[in-house]
Design a protein around this ligand. Structure first.
Ligand SMILES: *Cc1c(COP(=O)(O)O)cnc(C)c1O
Ligand SMILES: [Zn+2]
Length: 415
């Protein structure tokens, strides 16, 4: 067995083919490139049972990842996050089997670690010394830390409003960090200019083909954790859409290997009402999205006004008979609180948005009685402390414990 069965990169738009052993970014036609594997050969030699006893991180799927040499793997132990049943919340939503894929318990606190682990490893394998990227915070944090481990210099530009902790993660790992008084799209223009002049590796979302390979391991894990019986629905909070495209790619590869059934889960893309280009495009039955003006939401990781891979996200939704919808910030914060109080899980606002979508889709009958629903919580709530405001009483030493009404939660109001 080889470590990786990666063969080449191919363009999902024009079909052009590129090598996987040298630096390639976008296709000549402007489309992202996707990594391809020798699934024929793998189908003959690789069996589901071979997965038993492998280490509990995403490199357990190394055959379906693009890194050729084990020595190039840069890992902080990421992957194999819990697929947690949420019985109370499920009951509250009338979803009989509700599962949360919890990405809050991964290095750097968001699933961006998966993309960074595989993206940085492959960059190292390709001999990259400096890379640059725009970010809404979490990706920059993850790439900075993994790049530090790989000995690669990282340049990051993020909006001034991005969660404060992500700045600190970039700074402490020695990345060169700049802020922009604007959106991730503005950060993108600045990075593009820098790359043109300084010839750094462009690690922007989907401008290098390997971040998606890391994110696809969420799909591989969901399948394996359900013993290769796919759920009916997978719900994903969508910004650049890489996770959703990745999950679709993973499940398609597993299907081609004969490891899962032909009918894939219905994929649901969730956005915030303040930034919903994909949801709008889906409603209008379009193949691509339009730039969303004045984008704004508490769910910062999905505040992406125009995604380079929008056509791939929409394609995955159409092909799986999925759907896309937008939810409002107030509902997101309410749901976040409900999940903490019912299940003890402090999810990030993006994850909470996906749960709001689950509730709505069950209410309107799109999710049917008895279906198995997997919701992605893409990160830890503790990375966004400002979404919660508390005002507990301040006691002097010796003062008696105040009496709370039973079932009365701490006063808590969204910011
Ligand atoms: C980046 C991010 C998302 C969106 O991920 P995409 O794959 O780019 O759509 C969702 N949630 C969190 C917490 C994120 O950091
Ligand atoms: Zn092309």
């Amino acid at each position: 067995m080889m470590f990786s069965y990666a063969t080449h990169l191919s363009c999902p738009k024009c079909g052009a083919i590129y090598g996987i052993d040298r630096v390639n970014q976008l296709c000549r036609c402007g489309s992202p490139l996707l990594a391809r594997y020798d699934l024929e050969a793998l189908r003959k030699t690789w069996k589901r049972d071979d997965m038993r006893g492998r280490p509990n991180h995403l490199w357990r799927y190394h055959e379906l990842l693009p890194v050729r040499q084990p020595a190039h793997v840069v890992s902080l132990g990421e992957g194999m996050t819990p697929l947690l049943p949420l019985p109370q919340l499920g009951k509250d939503m009338a979803i009989s089997r509700l599962l949360m894929k919890d990405e809050g318990v991964i290095p750097t606190g968001t699933f961006k670690a998966r993309g960074a682990a595989v993206g940085v490893s492959k960059a190292k394998e390709l001999g990259v010394k400096e890379l640059a990227m725009p970010t809404n915070g979490n990706a920059g944090a993850a790439w900075s830390l993994y790049a530090a481990r790989a000995g690669i210099q990282c340049h990051v530009v993020m909006p001034v409003d991005a969660p404060m902790i992500t700045r600190n993660e970039c700074a402490i790992s020695g990345a060169h960090l700049s802020l922009v008084d604007g959106l991730i799209s503005d950060a993108g223009h600045i990075v593009a200019q820098g790359i043109k002049e300084l010839h750094w590796y462009d690690a922007s979302t989907l401008k290098e083909p390997y971040r998606i390979e890391g994110k696809k391991t969420m799909g591989l894990e969901i399948a394996e954790q359900l013993e290769w019986n796919l759920p009916d629905v997978i719900i994903y909070p969508t910004g650049g859409g890489v996770g959703l495209i990745g999950i679709y790619k993973a499940l398609s590869e597993l299907r081609d290997l004969g490891w899962v059934r032909d009918q894939l889960p219905r994929l649901v893309s969730v956005q915030a009402e303040g930034c919903a280009p994909i949801a709008k495009a889906w409603e209008e039955k379009k193949q691509t999205s339009d730039f969303w003006n004045d984008a704004s939401t508490v769910a910062f990781g999905i505040n992406v006004p125009k995604a380079l891979g929008d056509f791939l996200v929409l394609d995955a939704i159409y092909r799986t008979a999925g759907c896309a919808l937008a939810v409002d910030d107030h509902s997101i914060l309410q749901e976040q609180k409900r999940i903490a109080q019912m299940e003890g899980a402090f999810v990030c606002p993006e994850g909470a948005a996906a749960f709001v979508a689950a509730r709505r889709l069950r209410q309107n009958g799109w999710i049917k009685e008895g279906e198995t629903v997997v919701v992605l919580n893409t990160g830890a709530g503790i990375k966004y402390p400002d979404t919660v405001r508390t005002n507990p009483p301040l006691l002097q030493p010796g003062e008696p414990l105040p009496v709370f009404q039973s079932g009365d939660p701490q006063p808590l109001k969204p910011s």
